[in-house]
Design a binder for this molecule. Sequence first.
Ligand SMILES: Cc1ncc(COP(=O)(O)O)c(C=O)c1O
Ligand SMILES: N[C@@H](CCCC[NH3+])C(=O)O
Length: 415
Amino acid sequence: MDFFNYSDGQLMAESVSVAQAAERFGTPCYLYSRATIERHWHAFSDAMGGREHLICYAVKANSNLAVLNLMARLGSGFDIVSGGELARVLQAGGDPAKVVFSGVGKTEAEMRQALRAGILCFNVESEAELERLNRVAAELGVSAPVSLRINPDIDANSHPYISTGLKQNKFGIPWDRAVPVYQRAAQLEHLRVTGMDCHIGSQLTEARPFVEALERLLGLMDQLGDEGIELEHLDLGGGLGVPYTDERPPSPAEYVKALLPSLGDRQLKLILEPGRAIMANAGILVTKVEFLKRGEDRDFAIVDAAMNDLLRPSLYGAVQPIVPVQPRQGEARLYDIVGPVCETGDFLGKERRLALAPGDLLAVRGAGAYGFTMASNYNSRPRVAELMADGERLHLIREREPMAQLWQGERLLPE
Ligand SMILES: Cc1ncc(COP(=O)(O)O)c(C=O)c1O
Ligand SMILES: N[C@@H](CCCC[NH3+])C(=O)O
C-alpha cells in the first residue's frame, strides 16, 4: 500500500501532483512519500505486540538525511555498513545507541569511529574481524559490543546477486564454526558478546526461509547457553520483499507474526533490519520522454533518466512498473524504455505497452529503495534531485547536483 494514486487523470504523490513537482524541480527526480515511509515502518513495529524489539532501518536502501531523520523521529534504529553511513545517521539526528554495524570488511578507522560514537553492536562477520575489533577496542580502552553474523546456509530463493545466506556466499561466519568463534569471542578481553545475527538475502517473497533461519539460530543459542554464553538479542537481518509487479510477499505484519511463535517467551530482544520493505514503494523515479524511435522489431522511448540513476533493471534484470504521469488516449505500442547512457544495458524497462508522445512524463514505481543510493555519475551525469511529498506539501530534500560538482576534488597536473 502506498500513496501514489491517480486523481483526475494525474498521478499524485500523496496530495501533490507529480507533474507539478516535475515542472517545479525538473526531471529526472526521485519523489518519496512521507506517509508511506511512516506507514511501512509502523507496520513492522506495531506487529511486535509487547515483544521487546528494535527496528534497525537498513541505511543502504535510502540514505538521504531527510529519510534518516524521519526514521530517527519514529524512534528507529539503523543498520549501517560503512563509516559513511554512520556519519549520515549521526548527521540526521539518529541515536548511535540504536546502530548495528554489518559488513564483511570493516576497517580499523571505521571500528574506531563506531566505538567512539557508542553504537549498539558490531555484527562481526569473520574470525579475523573479531581479532581486529578486540585490538582496536583495546587501543581505545573500551569494550566492544559484539554480535556474530552467522551464515545459516539457507536458500533464500532470491536473485543470486542478493542471496547472502548460503555457505558459498562471502557473508557471515560458517554455521559449523559458530560455537568455537563464540567461545573465542567470550575469551577476548575487550569484547562483550551481546547477540547473534543473520541476514539471508534480499527481496524474499516468503516467510519460510526467515522462520527456518530463526529456528536454526535459536537452536545455536541453546547450545551456547549450555556453554555458559547467554545472549541479549537476536537480529534476523532484513530482506523482506516487496510487490514490484506480481510478487506477493507477506506483509510486514504477516512476516513478524510468522516469526513470533518460534520466539515463544524467551527473554530476547528481536532486531530486524528492513530496508526495501520500508522504502521501495515509498518512492518513484520521474522521467521525461525525450524522443520516440521506431526500431526494426520494437520501438524505443528514450527518456532522460538512465542506468546511472536507477541501476536495478540493468544490474539484476529487475522489473519495476513504469506508468504515465498523465495517461493519454491514443495508440499503445510496445516500447523499450531506455536512457541516454552509452551502454546497450541501459534500460529502465523492456516491452512496456504505453501510449506515449515526446515530452510525456513517466514514473518508475518501486524506486524508493536502492535507487538513489546506487546512482553514479557515469557518463558525467549529475545525480538527480530528490523530493519528498508530505500531504499537500512538497520538499526538496536533495538538490540536483550542479555540473561543477562532477569534478569537485579533481586536480590538474603541474606544468
Ligand atoms: C546486513 C543487511 N541488513 C539489512 C539489509 C536490508 O535488506 P532489505 O533491503 O532487503 O530489507 C541488507 C541488504 O540486503 C543487509 O546486507
Ligand atoms: N541493491 C539490491 C539489494 C541488495 C541488498 C544489499 N544487501 C537491490 O536493489 O535489490
